[in-house]
Design a protein around this ligand. Structure first.
Ligand code: URA
Length: 248
């Protein structure tokens, strides 16, 4: 890997700033100052910036899966139903799903072996933004939309305000995009039920920076570098003190 890319991956500076540091002679590789921008470094080289040793973060896997209907969001199912583990090759390592989609919900799901990132992204104190496309019974009117904006009342307390966008509406059914931050059990279904528009189909279109796009049901892809950087940025924002208060 080129030295400036290595420094950027290690979180020292942007690639451009890293180039400046190299040109100024602030960077040593295996004890020697290196000023050539194209210098290649490998994981076992020792790299220092301003006398401080620098290392790459551990390599993790980030997989974007389109979970189909009738698949459990678990690695094993005692009742023998299909699980997300059946959809990804074993050689991807010990990746596990981040959060949960119901058996009867399909859509985008992150799987990773980065336990720390998974923990932060699923912590109830910090809700990643998730968008679902719901087909619901009946015509969703402006009063319903207001209820979602105010926070629909659920059995255990009001849900946080949700954004809704009416995609299509008719007298018998409406198609709605709903964006929520929380991850309560069967939350979207229960929110629509509370407004007397039960859900007949639910697909998650977006999980934070990850979009379903044209990924077919049951298929997966590696997250792009840009998506991984966005996930990390979300997680580090969540870990800053008072992050949850600032979001309210
Ligand atoms: N809300 C639900 O009701 N189900 C899901 O699977 C996800 C969110």
């Amino acid at each position: 890997m080129r030295l400036q890319k290595y420094l950027a991956h290690a979180g020292i500076a942007s690639r451009r700033k890293a180039e400046e540091l190299i040109e100024k002679g602030r960077v040593r590789v295996n004890g020697r100052v290196v000023r050539a921008l194209g210098t290649s470094v490998a994981g076992d080289d020792s790299v220092e910036v301003g006398g401080r040793s620098v290392s790459l973060p551990p390599q993790h896997r980030y997989v974007v899966l389109h979970k189909p209907l009738k698949v459990m969001t678990t690695m094993r199912d005692p009742e023998g139903r299909r699980t997300v583990a059946d959809l990804v090759p074993r050689d991807l390592g010990r990746i596990v799903p981040v959060g949960r989609l119901d058996y009867d919900t399909s859509g985008v799901m992150l799987m990773t072996d980065d336990g720390e990132l998974a923990h932060v992204l699923t912590h109830p104190r910090f809700g990643v933004e998730k968008t679902y496309r719901a087909v619901v019974r009946g015509k969703l009117g402006p009063d319903d939309v207001k209820k979602f904006l105010a926070g629909v009342r659920l059995e255990e307390g009001s849900a946080r305000p949700a954004k809704v966008r009416v995609v299509r509406t008719g007298s018998r059914a409406s198609e709605i995009d709903i964006t929520i931050h929380e991850g309560r059990n069967r939350q979207v279904r229960r929110m629509f039920e509370a407004t007397e528009h039960p859900v007949s189909s639910l697909v998650r279109l977006r999980f934070g920076p990850l979009s379903l796009g044209s990924l077919a049901p049951g298929h997966w892809r590696e997250a792009t570098d840009k998506e991984v950087a966005s996930l990390r940025a979300l997680a580090s924002a969540a870990q800053r003190p008072h992050a949850d208060e600032m979001r309210r």
